[in-house]
Design a protein around this ligand. Structure first.
Ligand SMILES: [Zn+2]
Length: 265
């Protein structure tokens, strides 16, 4: 099996004690590539160091809405400087994590929108796919994407919206990232949406160390769980795990501009 974890935070201290072992187990399980995403300025170096040290890791850099209070206006300029410095380096695969979060009440929507649009413009300028965090904010996100019309679309990570919202993203060329959330039996609405989504729409992710799947409750989530997540979501869709693995990997390669694996099994 050849899987891509399109969204992880393996740079977080949760993995400091056993990161090399996690990579070794991923390799053995067929989790061949991992995207690690920066969330605020101070962690970009850590993310980049990981991408330089680990050939299976690709990096994305961004200003995450949940860290809104940490971001300063000059951090956008710092992000541009990083992108200019790394322009053309294949280890930098995307811009993210950034987006809109209306679920957490104290995060000012207007400030979020300003950062969101500024980073979408950077993604367009540097021709990188955006990796988006969108919670309770799909209408605003879709309206913004329709207005800006990116030539190179990306991924809406941990998608938990409606089928209609999914269709809007697909029309804009975006893929939808699925991980632990739809494996929980109580996620009825999301599970019904996932069952209907076309295979061309999907990429897989863990969001490790967060969003543990139902088969590993209350544990640190890890990219090692991606094969189990893939098997669970394939069963939900009534298809083989191999078919979901192959389709999601092909979709991820298309987003990031990677050559598809020679042997997808
Ligand atoms: Zn994330």
């Amino acid at each position: 099996m050849h899987l891509v974890d399109t969204h992880t935070h393996l740079d977080f201290p949760d993995f400091d004690a056993d990161r090399p072992q996690v990579f070794a187990r991923c390799e053995a399980l067929g989790v061949r590539r991992l995207v690690v995403l920066g969330v605020y300025r101070e962690n970009w170096q850590r993310v980049w160091d990981l991408a330089c040290a680990q050939p299976r890791v690709s990096a994305a850099l961004g200003l995450h809405p949940l860290y809104l209070d940490r971001h300063q206006p000059e951090h956008l300029e710092a992000l541009r400087a990083w992108l200019e410095r790394l322009r053309g380096d294949p280890r930098l695969c995307a811009l993210g994590e950034f987006g809109l979060d209306y679920f957490v009440p104290h995060l000012d929507p207007q400030r979020q929108q300003g950062l969101f649009e500024a980073q979408l413009r950077l993604a367009a300028e540097f021709h990188l796919p955006p990796l988006l965090h969108v919670r309770r904010a799909h209408a605003a996100c879709i309206a913004t994407l329709k207005r800006l019309r990116l030539e190179r679309p990306g991924i809406v990570h941990a998608f938990a919206g409606s089928y209609e919202e999914a269709r809007e993203y697909l029309k804009l060329g975006f893929k939808l990232g699925l991980g632990g959330a739809p494996t929980w039996p109580q996620a009825n609405r999301l599970r019904a949406v996932v069952a209907r989504l076309p295979l061309e729409a999907l990429v897989l992710e863990t969001d490790a160390p967060d969003m543990a799947p139902s088969m590993y409750p209350k544990q640190r989530n890890s990219p090692e769980h991606l094969p189990d997540i893939c098997a669970h979501l394939a069963a939900l869709k009534g298809i083989d795990a191999e078919a979901l693995a192959a389709a999601s990997t092909a979709n991820a390669c298309a987003v990031f501009g990677w050559d598809p694996p020679a042997d997808p099994r």
